[in-house]
Design a protein around this ligand. Structure first.
Ligand code: SDX
Length: 428
């Protein structure tokens, strides 16, 4: 990083010189760390202008609608790679050779089973518990099973934890679904690919051999790729913050799952389907667009808008293409897809959405594919969490394997001055 300097002029202070760092790609950053020593804080609720860390994993250009993982575009990866190869790339920084890939896939396969005791955690939940609640609990509990690999300073412990989490999340996710459906858990099978195995554990039964559609397996794998990582989003920042205290990686991933659950973040895919149900018919679109524009109405167009993308989310474009492929292959005519496309067309032609640069994001189309694959709406964010686990782990590992400090933001305090305690019998 080449250093330039910014000069900050603050009344009552000498000029303050702040280093500016120039990245490989994107905006310059101003290092404000020295301000606390001068009795000043920066103020940036929601971190709209704050770079929380240095990273080499993912780059997003919101204006161009560009997303790169270790320099490779999401379009190329979605069309030419597969999820486990993208996992290797995110974790180790390079695409694997054929030999490295074979070894990585084999190691993941040999970690797909969960401890037999773990199944009893599910029985503590009601059958109608939201699968995300179950996943939060079960993943957090994994730290109770792996005392042999929670020394975060040990690179080998960090690596085996990455394998365990990437390998076990599909098993845990499918168990969340099976438990809610009252069906027996399915064991993973090592003769299937990562995505085929997930569909087997989701929809297979002990009564017959699983028949996995190659079209659905490819679509599932592409959905996993599109959700794998996305720079310092809310859930990844949560994982980094939890990890900065030295918490074990399973607890950090459970924190990330919790943050992802919100409808403003990973919960949006479920919220999009619920919104399309609410709109119901093309004739109601204009009324809902008006609600989305009304400052006094809390309704937002789910699946639209993004903190970083002020252009089309490149993942949404790939997802939209997959949507048509999957529905055509399955011969499904889904009125919700038609409704979604009409909603997109009307919204993108509306001045409000154009001025505020609100485009469809990754969540707008993903729910329609997942629904076409027979996956219940309540499982959508679970699948997002499954896929994003590799991104969370890659960022956690990048932080822990370099010098870091515990994350501890400050505040703008606007509460009371100090005042004396009043005994209860003297209070008015
Ligand atoms: C993900 O960060 C990531 O990278 C996340 C993610 C990832 O891969 O990790 O990409 C995944 O979370 C995608 C986003 C999914 N969420 C949704 O689809 C929910 C609907 N979208 C909004 O809640 C919103 O757009 C956010 C939360 C995504 C972004 O919010 P920001 O950046 O805080 O922007 P904002 O809320 O300040 O909006 C700016 C303006 C506001 O109007 P003004 O106050 O300026 O007048 O745009 C309006 C907002 O009211 N606006 C919307 C809108 N989104 C923003 N108006 C109507 N409908 C919307 N969807």
């Amino acid at each position: 990083m080449t250093e330039k300097n910014a000069i900050l002029k603050v009344e009552g202070h000498d000029d303050i010189s702040l280093p500016i760092y120039t990245p490989t790609m994107g905006q310059d950053v101003i290092d404000v760390a020295s301000l606390t020593g001068k009795g000043l804080f920066t103020f940036d609720p929601g971190f709209t202008s704050t770079a929380s860390c240095e990273s080499k994993i993912t780059y997003i250009d919101g204006e161009k609608g560009q997303l790169l993982h270790r320099g490779y575009s999401i379009e190329e990866l979605a069309n030419k790679s597969d999820y486990l190869e993208v996992c290797y790339l995110l974790l180790f920084g390079e695409l694997p050779t054929a030999e490295q890939k074979e070894s990585f896939v084999s190691t993941v396969k040999n970690h797909t089973m969960v401890h037999e005791q773990l199944q009893f955690f599910y029985r503590g939940f009601r059958r109608d518990a939201h699968p995300m609640a179950v996943m939060c609990g079960v993943v957090g509990a994994l730290s109770a099973f792996y005392h042999d690999s929670t020394d975060i300073k040990n690179p080998m412990h960090r690596e085996v934890t990455a394998y365990r989490l990437i390998a076990k999340m599909p098993t845990i996710a499918a168990m969340c679904y099976k438990y809610s459906a009252g069906q027996p858990f399915m064991y993973p099978r090592n003769d299937l690919s990562y995505s085929e195995n997930f569909l087997h554990m989701m929809f297979g039964t002990p009564c017959e051999e699983s028949k996995i559609s190659p079209v659905l397996a490819k679509a599932m794998d592409r959905i996993f790729i599109l959700h794998a990582d996305h720079e310092q989003n809310a859930s990844t920042s949560t994982v980094r913050l939890a990890g900065s205290s030295g918490a074990n990686p399973f607890a950090c991933i459970a924190a990330g799952i919790s943050a992802l659950w919100g409808p403003a973040h990973g919960g949006a895919n479920e919220a999009v389907l619920n919104m399309l149900d609410q709109i119901g018919d093309v004739s109601n679109i204009d009324a809902y667009i008006a609600k989305a524009k009304d400052k006094n109405d809390p309704f937002k167009l789910m699946g639209f808008g993004h903190r970083v993308y002020k252009n089309y989310d490149p993942r949404a474009s790939v997802m939209r293409e997959s949507c048509h492929e999957v529905l055509n292959e399955l011969g499904i005519h889904d009125p919700q897809l038609e409704l979604a496309m009409k909603l997109e067309e009307i919204a993108l032609s509306d001045p409000y959405f154009k001025e505020k640069k609100l485009f469809p994001n990754v969540d707008f189309y993903s729910g329609i594919i997942l629904k076409a694959m027979g996956i219940p709406t309540s499982m959508f964010t679970v699948i997002f969490a499954l896929s994003r686990t590799v991104g969370w782990i890659a960022h956690w590992n990048e932080m822990i394997s370099n010098p870091y400090k515990i994350g501890r933001p400050r505040q703008l305090y606007t509460g009371y001055d100090e005042r004396k305690f009043t005994p209860v019998n003297e209070r008015k």
